[in-house]
Design a protein around this ligand. Structure first.
Ligand code: GTP
Ligand code: MG
Length: 471
């Protein structure tokens, strides 16, 4: 059964419990269903337990009981009990709230889920809770502070105001260090590792990259598109820095009320150690805003290769076939071969309907052309402190995993198409781990671009067109 409670949080609980111990999962509502009878069936008489709730506000809290749960409609005396908060708003922020009235530490009742304190301090749910999507809207009630010392905290600062949980787990606390400690930090996505060798292998593979050999298309075109300030230009700068061998910022990036990028640029990347141009182009666009969207027709022109490099976007006068520089008969080499939506991971939860709609509208045009789409999910460092400390934690971070799921859902794309990255922004030196994440995302994009070109060639062959006419 997949367990959510991460290793650092387990270690924190062990410290609080105050004796060497480990945890065995007894009950998990996302697997077993959320019902008081199942909870009691699985957890009564099991000795010490920890109950952990994970809510939709990325906050993790719960309670510890040294004594067994029961279903006898009576209180459980426990002088060692405590309530706790482990995480708040996606950030680790542990606090322990000791019991102050041991007589009422817990309450066992056949029709109630885990319940702590009289009053009750933490009453999770009663009866059966029906899942709504991925969320269980618990029907309990929290009157925190009656039997537990809150040390200045309140319901809001402990639960982050939500009883909408994605999971609730009860673990049995077993004395002694775990013999076979399960792999608690199992990544949510397979990953090749973070060594210099991995980095070098990725770099070599990108250096060797050539679009499908049957065509004369020299470079794969990847379109970077998304809201202002999402990190489109920074993505190019980051990739460019990797091959430059030092941090550079060729494309203007920054934060401004309107898009910093105003010109369409098809950036090439040069490897400075080998003096070689790489065979892909990163096409940077103006970001869209709440009140300003790229003209849909303009996007079609970009996708089809009608718009020239260095075209100056003008929100007042959209691009037309009469605009100077219009490329009249673009062929496969001019077209976009893969679209990367660049989305700021730290704003995924607050993405407005308007922006979502903008992206959907663009997707319609892309789907129409059979264009592969990925998401570069940026600013991971801002959504998870562990990732901020070290990018290595990306694939074990629940906050990142949640953001990936959310974006995949919003964009209607498979999760595997959502690629977490962290751009270089304040660093002064390259880092192997950051390079790896960026190059993996780029490599995926190029694989998809190849698929697209392959498909286009099949189509052209089927239509009797001379593929070599692309020359
Ligand atoms: N912390 C953090 N900041 C980032 C990241 N990527 C970009 N930024 C910052 O976000 C701001 C906007 O980045 P840009 O690359 O200019 O964004 P853009 O999508 O090109 O924006 P426009 O050109 O205005 O549409 C800059 O201040 C960057 O330094 C990231 O991964 N982490
Ligand atoms: Mg930009």
């Amino acid at each position: 059964m997949p367990e959510l409670l991460r290793k650092p949080y387990r270690e924190q609980l062990v410290t609080w419990i105050g004796r060497p111990c480990h945890f065995q999962l007894l009950y998990k509502i996302s697997i077993d269903g959320c019902s008081a009878s199942t909870f009691h069936q699985k957890c009564d008489g099991q000795g010490a337990t920890v109950t952990v709730l994970y809510n939709t506000n990325k906050t993790i809290f719960g309670g510890y009981l040294d004594q067994s749960w029961h279903s006898n409609a009576g209180y459980i005396y426990d002088s060692n009990a405590f309530l706790f908060r482990l995480q708040f708003n996606g950030s680790s922020d542990p606090l322990r709230f000791p019991v102050k009235n041991a007589t009422y530490a817990g309450y066992g009742h056949s029709s109630q889920g885990p319940t702590f304190g009289s009053g009750h301090d933490m009453y999770t749910f009663s009866g059966t809770i029906t899942r709504s999507g991925k969320v269980f809207p618990l029907n309990g009630d929290f009157n925190l502070g009656s039997c537990y010392s809150l040390n200045g905290q309140d319901v809001n600062s402990i639960t982050n105001n939500s009883l909408q949980v994605t999971d609730l787990e009860v673990y049995r606390v077993i004395d002694g260090p775990g013999q076979t400690v399960p792999d608690l930090d199992k990544p949510w996505r397979e990953h090749d590792g973070w060594t210099n060798e991995t980095m070098q292998a990725l770099k070599d593979s990108l250096l060797d990259y050539k679009p499908m050999t049957e065509t004369s298309v020299a470079a794969a075109n990847i379109l970077l598109i998304g809201q202002i300030g999402a990190g489109k230009s920074s993505f190019f700068n980051s990739v460019n820095s990797i091959f430059r061998g030092k941090i550079t910022s060729k494309a203007c990036s920054g934060s401004f009320e309107h898009s910093v990028t105003t010109m369409y640029r098809q950036y090439k990347v040069k490897d400075f150690s080998k003096g070689k141009l790489l065979n892909f182009r990163l096409c940077d666009t103006r970001g869209f805003e709440e009140e300003f969207a790229l003209d849909a027709q303009e996007i079609s022109f970009i996708l089809d290769g009608n718009i020239p490099d260095r075209y100056q976007f003008n929100p007042l006068v959209p691009f037309t076939p009469d605009t100077p520089g219009y490329i009249k008969d673009p062929n496969l080499k001019d077209k976009i071969h893969c679209v990367a939506f660049v989305i700021d991971g730290s704003t995924v939860d607050v993405m407005s309907d308007k922006v979502q709609k903008r992206m959907k509208d663009l997707q319609v045009r892309m789907n129409h052309r059979g264009l592969p789409q990925v998401v570069f999910l940026t600013k991971l460092d801002k959504i998870c402190p562990d990732v901020n400390d070290d990018v290595k934690n990306t694939f074990t971070s629940t906050a990142v995993c949640d953001a990936v799921e959310k974006v995949a859902e919003v964009m209607g794309l498979p999760r595997a198409h959502v690629l977490p990255v962290k751009n270089y922004e304040s660093e002064t030196k390259l880092k192997t781990t950051v390079d790896i994440l960026l190059m993996e995302a780029l490599q995926r994009c190029l694989d998809f671009a190849d698929d697209y070109m392959d498909e286009q060639l099949d189509k052209m062959a089927a239509e009797g067109k001379n593929v070599r006419a692309e020359d």
